[in-house]
Design a protein around this ligand. Sequence first.
Ligand code: HEM
Length: 143
Amino acid sequence: TTLSEKDKNIVKTFWAKVAGREEQIGCDAVSRMLTVYPQTKTYFSHWKDLSPGSDPVRKHGGIVMAAVTDAVSKTDDLTGALLSLSELHAFTLRVDPANFKVLSHNLLVVLSTTFSNDFTPEVHVAIDKFLTAVALALSEKYR
Ligand code: HEM
């Protein structure tokens, strides 16, 4: 699933459409994750409200998407770019790394439905590879 130069360019071009809508997209992706994979709710039990679109879900969606947007600008070294976040999730938050694939999948679904016209098979494969690489980079510190 290595990203080719072509994939990287497709991801960057597609992500320009995401600009300014990060919080909504992140909110939708986290909402969907918590609904479809309720076991993920255990990590956020300290939030006041875990229901879809709640304030903490929206805020966290924005935070996660800011990190993903940052990663889009660092596709040549995702492992380095995400190393400190990997460390945080591994040792402080103790998130099961299987969940990175779960959130990546939910984000892929939200992007495909939000940008249905732009979500060509070519975009689909490039974004899928990118999000898989992000999930792998976040898993780095678990090894
Ligand atoms: C916090 C990114 C996946 C659980 C965070 C933060 C970022 C982030 C940027 C804030 C870090 C800080 O405060 O310095 C990401 C990215 C992910 C991802 C880019 C994958 C694409 C997950 C998954 C889970 C998770 C799958 C669990 C199912 C948490 C928790 C926090 C957190 C519990 C602390 C939230 C809080 O206390 O409000 N994440 N994350 N993350 N993440 Fe992730």
